[in-house]
Write a protein that binds this ligand. Sequence first.
Ligand code: SF4
Length: 618
Amino acid sequence: MKILTTDPAREPRKIFYKRAVVDLKSGAVTYEDVPCRNLEDVLGGFGRSFQDLAARHITRAYCDENPLIVNTGLLTGSRAMTGMRTYFSGYSPIKAPQKGAPTAIWSAASGKFGAKFKWTGLDELVFENRAEKPVYVVIREGRSGPLVEIKSAEHLRGLFTHDKIMRLQKEYADAHFAAIGPAGENWEEVLMGAIACSTENQLRSGEDKSRFAGRGGMGSLMGYKNVLALVAQSKDKLAAPSDEVKRVNLNVIKGGGSLRLQPVNRGGGGGTWGAYDVMQPFHAVPVNNFRPQGNDLPEKLFRENVEKDYHIKSEACFRCGITCHNNIHERNADGSAGRFLAKFDYEPLNLLGTNLGIHDAGQAAALIHLCDNFGMDAISLGVTLSYLLSYNARHPEKPLLNGATFGDFPKIKELVERTGRGQYPEIGQGSMRLAQSTGEPAYAYQVKGLELAAYQPETNPGYAWAIAGGHMSMGTYGMLIREGKTDLDSWVQAITDDKLQIVGFDMIGLCKFFDIAKGIGTEMVRTCLRSEHGLEVSAADLRTAVRRAFLRGLVLELRQGYTREEYTLPAEMFDDPNPHLKVPRIGTREFFQELSERVWAVFEEELDEFLQEVGAAE
Ligand code: SF4
């Protein structure tokens, strides 16, 4: 970024980001310093890419006019803790209205690829058209700025995500990598392809410990473009943090927001995995396609139980003190770590474990490992699988595919492998389309075509308005269980104001755990912007920019053909309430109807302006 002002909210045009546009058809690369239009452009991530996507009218995800935009946020590669994020944006192959065009989406990954990318001097890379043959793309720092080069990827074809990264690591020293797997290469049959971003730990240990940009099928779009991997090669550019940033980083670790994500030995809940312990007392851990049975089966995947048989290590991305993920290894006879099996984050563990009727840690690890290596979104894959298993359980006389039902590990494993290879497009296309083909949509746990994360919709009506999938873009998932909120006023306020602020982290380059409750409009973020970039931004301006970006996302959905009726939750939740869920019942049609009217009444006042902006007013 070239920054010629201290006031990005009022003088955004005095800030320039470095963009490279790669025409994959001709091989031409153009570089420009682009002046920012507004604070969203300055912050980056989806706040910027959605403005560019809004300028395009895309009716099919797999077309040359649909770009893949790779960018970072203003604090990616900075000294602010968690400043690791890379964002991949485009029109999604998987998220679409029932009858309509694909929807703009982004997905985000941690790991170290984003920081390396930033340190090459590039802020954004836009892929136009598609390459005729498989390629990978190298971004490196040249003498007078970043350089982007296209290379043949014949040798990478068909390799798992991790194997592609390992192969490239041999060729590129001091680099980090983003790669798709076979699923993304089979983009026609698999719409839920993810992008793996390498971590320090992975490159050091040789174990497949990538972080993933999973939501929305950006790996499939990358596969369509015939780009199999990205390499970001640059020196690390991190000086010691200023005293102010040091204090902020300490506060992120100790200040409460991330405490429950800290490792158990530091007094935390043990990473995202800890959500099992929080939700099981309410029988709210999804089991067998989101139908908890009121028993203690989920406890088999509690950390304390898994620990009896496996070696567990809490680990973090580069320089992050939050340490939110857990890596599971076999345990050697002396208690030390044996073969690496998989990482246990809450969503993959639940959606590829308990929610499929799999309660054995080794089996769950095998499914996560396969999903990661084929390069699929664990949420979309897990939920589509659980729908299929549920369908088969309800139709034993005419089951689909290999006839798998809950808990049948060998058959579920086969489903995962064959989906990743493009042999089961029924699963690869996601749960909305699968449910359309069976004619039984009520128990497909998706909203607006994107599968729900591992939180019961009964506990979270806010999911209906999330623009990039449940928990990534609407932080309402703890409102009932953690905060005990059951009144309409609180829910309207949360959905239309406070809890949409979580999405700001997908603009600025930080993980949501930086301050999950408050979004980016905080003193901590302001301090980092001042210290890292000399920028003065008020908390109010930050909140306004996040809100504008969110509303733009909502308008982009409406433009692509969503009806108001699609802003809803799975019908089973309303019509066949689960008696085992021990939470106050706000998931009634009446509650939701009233909520919906009040939410739209608030948003509508502001949507007109954005309809004009994205050219949807006519
Ligand atoms: S919060 Fe978790 S995902 Fe984010 S940088 Fe830290 S360890 Fe990585």
